[in-house]
Design a protein around this ligand. Structure first.
Ligand code: NCD
Length: 363
């Protein structure tokens, strides 16, 4: 039998030098294909993705009734979650906050490091260790890539290890956004054979968009996927992602011609310019007009195609597109709440109880 991968039994330097796939087993419950932490897209296998999507659907349907809501809220009433967001956030924060309310988990939050003792010179590690003393789960967004992993590792060496969920780390990863994107694709293609065999077109700032990086990885878990990366040359997708796609045998094309690629798409994933990472306002010189989805583009898109965006948007999608049934970005927002509820329930081992309640409600 292979040895369980335990975070408290590996030195930080050895751990941080590992690839995402090598780190993945350390974030799972020992001996199970279920997440304990949720830190990297690489930790989710296809069966895990399918389970989370089906659990999210159970939660969504159960929550429709008064009795169901009461049941969901009874699941984690004795647990507390820390929402630690030291980067701006509207949707991810509110989505996690709402998910916690749906499943009865109480929340406390710090949304600005200036209001915590970090301003008194406390290290971010000590600050988060303090959070873990009061709570049973830490959900965190941080500008430094890998910081959530560092926290999970650090807490695993304390007397109070708690699960950590990465709600966006630097330019690097946004695994729960990728989960909600997968759930949205899964629901969108329910009647057209599922996600397998689909072509997904990523558009915009692919170099610094963490949602694209996490979703591209999750899509490698599906059969016969093709990806298109459409961006100005300065903002094209990183070589590391392309190397992962090569290793996974996923075909892809890089393009600068958005209109030519639209008819190929089953899903178009628009993103905004991530200029908060500019060093010298350099992206203001890039003409991105050709990478916007305009109303006239609807005629080029397949009838069964979908348009997605992690939001917030600027001018990437004309608001006139919002009323088209293929526009999925507002549904993504809602799907995030369901899949995050499912993820937290599964972390705390409540998934079977939820499935049993759902089955019972059908009979
Ligand atoms: C994204 C993010 O924070 O990476 N937003 C989100 O979580 N929905 C995308 C973005 O900010 O452009």
């Amino acid at each position: 039998m292979s040895k369980a991968a335990l975070l408290n039994q590996v030195a930080w330097d050895d751990f941080s030098a590992m690839s995402g796939s090598e780190k993945a087993p350390y974030f799972l419950k020992p001996g199970e294909q279920k997440s304990y932490h949720a830190l990297l897209a690489q930790q989710f296998s296809r069966p895990m993705l399918e389970e989370l999507c089906s659990l999210a659907t159970c939660v969504r349907r159960i929550a429709k009734t008064h009795e169901g809501s009461r049941f969901l809220q009874s699941q984690l009433f004795d647990k507390r979650a820390m929402l630690y967001f030291s980067q701006p956030s509207t949707r991810t924060y509110l989505s996690f906050y709402s998910a916690c309310q749906i499943i009865g988990l109480q929340t406390i939050n710090v949304r600005d490091s200036k209001t915590s003792s970090e301003v008194k010179g406390e290290s971010p590690e000590d600050t988060v260790r303090t959070f873990s003393s009061y709570t049973d789960l830490i959900i965190m967004r941080h500008p430094a890539g890998g910081f959530a992993e560092r926290i999970a590792w650090m807490l695993s060496n304390t007397s109070r290890p708690v699960p950590v969920i990465n709600a966006g780390s630097g330019k690097d990863q946004h695994p729960t956004q990728a989960l909600l994107d997968i759930y949205t694709l899964d629901r969108s293609f329910e009647k057209t054979g599922g996600i397998d065999g689909k072509s997904v077109v990523f558009v915009g700032d692919l170099k610094r968009g963490r949602t694209v990086r996490s979703l591209a990885w999750l899509l490698t878990k599906y059969e016969s996927i093709k990806m298109y990366f459409v961006a100005p040359p300065e903002l094209q997708i990183g070589e590391d992602i392309l190397a992962q796609l090569d290793a996974a045998g996923v075909p892809y094309e890089l393009s600068g011609d958005f209109e030519k690629v639209i008819p190929e798409a089953d899903a178009i994933y628009m993103t905004r310019i991530q200029d908060e990472w500019d060093v010298d306002n350099e992206s203001s010189a890039i003409d991105t007009e050709a990478y916007h989805f305009k109303k006239e583009h609807l005629a080029l898109l397949k009838k069964t195609g979908v348009i997605m965006h992690p939001l917030p948007r600027r001018k990437e999608i004309d608001p006139a597109v919002d009323s088209d049934p293929r526009a999925m970005y507002w549904r993504q927002v809602r799907n995030g709440m369901w899949i995050r509820s499912a993820l937290i329930l599964s972390i705390f081992g409540c998934d079977q109880a939820v499935r049993d309640f759902y089955e019972g409600s059908l009979s």
